[in-house]
Design a protein around this ligand. Structure first.
Ligand SMILES: [Zn+2]
Length: 342
């Protein structure tokens, strides 16, 4: 099969890889019909040391079950399924409490003999626990929004949930990337009345307004913080959807004492502000990697009936062999989120 492999910063190739086969009886092989490039893929794209062996890429995909292992009970060949961005058994103690990201038998795509999602096919471990069957045809117009459930939409939702967003709330979303925009959708869906979006890429903040943002803050740093404070007074809830230290600093500067910051962007810093100044402010820092599997079934009905359309974050589609161009375009911020069609 053809699949995407990253060999180092800026070096993404699409090449021939072994066709996936059932290894464990709980596996399924999924023929990928739609995949995408994640904002988090851009961190290694910018910094990964060169390697000889490369790393299979992609963790967001949707496709058709080609073969199911002997112990797979809920799926059969021909089913259209979406995969959350990590696999999980959906039966262990962590999964039972909805923290599938910490599944005792779970793992990530592209490592430990499991294929990446940016390819023609993927062996999915714990297929029953991982994959969610979709009641539409593979050529449905809803495919982009259903694909968004694998990561960006469920991650944005995780931010809104962990920030405690509810009816009538005012929320700040820091970051106009696909996750930030999906956090706007999620905050709106949970009843937030006022949603500030901090971002300066106009096409993206326009989409954010379409998704429900009521105010856009284009200013950065101290100026941005002052603007947010002026607009909100005491801001209770912040979703940080970038992962850089300046984005966290904006969140910390904007939030009220006693408020909550949910982090969704993979932190690109090792040390954070955890000293006496923050201690005195009683700020709750929450969020983290989304247990996306826990949210897919909750959000699926809203995608199916058109109440939310997170697929609008995909602004360009590439054939699989052109995935390297998709990385380049996203890294250059020319494309918000690239859809890959194997
Ligand atoms: Zn589990």
């Amino acid at each position: 099969m053809r699949a995407t492999v990253m060999y180092g910063a800026g070096d993404v190739r699409v090449e021939d890889r072994p066709d996936p086969k059932i290894v464990q009886t709980t596996d399924a092989v999924v023929r990928v019909t739609a995949a995408c490039v994640c904002g988090s893929d851009l961190w290694p794209y910018g910094s990964m040391p060169a390697t000889e062996t490369g790393r299979a890429m992609g963790h967001e995909f949707l496709g058709v079950v080609e073969e199911a292992g002997a112990d797979v009970t809920s799926l059969s060949a021909g089913d259209l399924v979406v995969a959350p961005f990590t696999y999980s058994d959906n039966t262990c103690d962590y999964c039972a409490e909805g923290l599938h990201i910490s599944c005792r038998n779970g793992g990530r795509y592209g490592v430990d003999g499991v294929d990446g999602g940016q390819g023609e096919a993927v062996r999915v471990p714990h297929a029953d626990g991982t994959l969610v069957k979709l009641p539409v045809a593979a050529d449905s117009a809803l495919i982009p929004s259903l694909l968004a459930l694998s990561d960006v939409m469920t991650t944005g939702h995780h931010g809104a949930v962990t920030a405690g967003v509810g009816r009538g709330d005012t929320v700040l979303v820091v970051g106009d990337g696909a996750v930030g925009l999906c956090a706007v959708i999620a905050a709106r869906r949970l009843g937030a009345e006022r949603i500030l979006l901090a971002g300066r890429h106009e096409a993206r903040t326009d989409l954010g307004r379409h998704f429900g943002a009521t105010d856009v803050v284009a200013e950065r740093g101290e100026e941005g913080i002052a603007r947010i404070r002026e607009l909100t007074g005491k801001l209770d809830k912040v979703i940080e959807a970038v992962g850089t230290r300046p984005a966290l600093d904006t969140a910390l500067g904007a939030v009220r004492d006693g408020g909550t910051i949910s982090r969704l962007g993979v932190p690109q810093y090792e040390q954070g502000p955890i000293g006496p100044a923050e201690f005195m402010r009683n700020i709750t820092l929450t969020g983290g990697a989304s247990p996306s599997r826990a949210y897919i079934e909750q959000l699926l009905p809203d995608v199916l009936d058109g109440a939310i359309a997170p697929g609008r974050v995909f602004d360009r589609t590439y054939a699989l062999d052109r995935t390297p161009e998709a990385y380049r375009a996203m890294a250059d911020r020319k494309v918000l989120k690239a859809l890959i069609r194997p």
